[in-house]
Design a protein around this ligand. Sequence first.
Ligand SMILES: NC(=O)c1ccc[n+]([C@@H]2O[C@H](COP(=O)([O-])OP(=O)(O)OC[C@H]3O[C@@H](n4cnc5c(N)ncnc54)[C@H](OP(=O)(O)O)[C@@H]3O)[C@@H](O)[C@H]2O)c1
Length: 334
Amino acid sequence: MKLLILGGTGWLGGHIAREALERGHEVTCVARGTDVPEGVTLVHADRDVDDALAPVAADSWDGVIDVAMQPGHVRRAVRDLAQATQRYIFVSSVSAYPDHSGANPTESAPVFEPLESDTFTDMAEYGAAKVACENAAARERLGSRATIVRPGLIGGPGDPSARSTYWPLRFASPSNPEGAVLVPDHPDFPTSVIDVRDLAQWLVNLAELGSEAPTGPFNAVGMSTPLAQHLTIAREVAGFAGSIVVKKNEWLRERGVSQWAGTKSLPLWIADDSMRGFGAWSNARALEAGLALRPLQDTLRDGLEWALAHSSEPGVPSGLTQEQEAELLAEARL
Ligand SMILES: NC(=O)c1ccc[n+]([C@@H]2O[C@H](COP(=O)([O-])OP(=O)(O)OC[C@H]3O[C@@H](n4cnc5c(N)ncnc54)[C@H](OP(=O)(O)O)[C@@H]3O)[C@@H](O)[C@H]2O)c1
């Protein structure tokens, strides 16, 4: 197969490229950067420029996988590549849905109104931008040759956000001599993580199906797992023998601890009840279409191994630093 990846210098794009190369496919990536897997043909282009894709539009492709988030990038790609490819797979996001209460966890849930503008900078517009990208891909020019894939939280080795690696790394390297770890009091909050390698494999499978591939949309999300169970698995893969110190949302908020992601946060946890469905989107349709998921144990164990080799401590760029956690625990014990 001749596969064109619009991207390939990022985390997921790199995994897609490696997966396709390992299967013996011919892989071309389009990006501004240079960090692509060995064996890829790299076409340097800035998709902010109108005719950036002219060099690849003159060729023909069995499949295109696009990881863009700017509507203008996808609108122009569809315009230029519609006659050049059998299949166009757009990597969207479950952030396309405005309602994460869990009321309607399937792909039939309403999505944001599409962003009209070609570009956005405010992440509050990320969901609307993804919908605009989806529409550009799925309408007229490509029709049934487009496949829309909406991942939830992507995790595993190399996670640049550290959301999926924080907990195993924290349990493997506690911040204090007593070996205690601070956790939020939200045991039944649903989490879900799709392993970057599972997602990449499925995206390549879809590209291999060419004109026979299903159109989607598909929620490509991990199995929904309560936070307490997720933390138990993180403790097991880290071989943690210490104790956990459970603190309520108010206590954490008063001390400036954020939810979900970012610095001084406790990752994966969201106290807001309107977000209870964020980790509970149904993946039934994607599983039926061939998405295969490895156990969460494997994702957390391999993520930990990677994080131990690449990161000096938890808390960068998501989570609590050793110092922040030690201070909070000292206060919790007062
Ligand atoms: N992480 C998650 O949990 C999560 C969840 C749901 C969905 N997603 C989606 O999953 C995908 C993640 O993909 P990723 O990790 O490979 O990508 P990424 O780190 O988001 O990078 C985006 C890719 O687009 C390229 N790009 C950006 N601007 C460009 C421009 N002006 N011209 C040419 N290329 C440009 C980048 O290359 P250069 O910068 O080198 O140009 C890079 O290869 C995204 O679509 C994201 O929205 C992620």
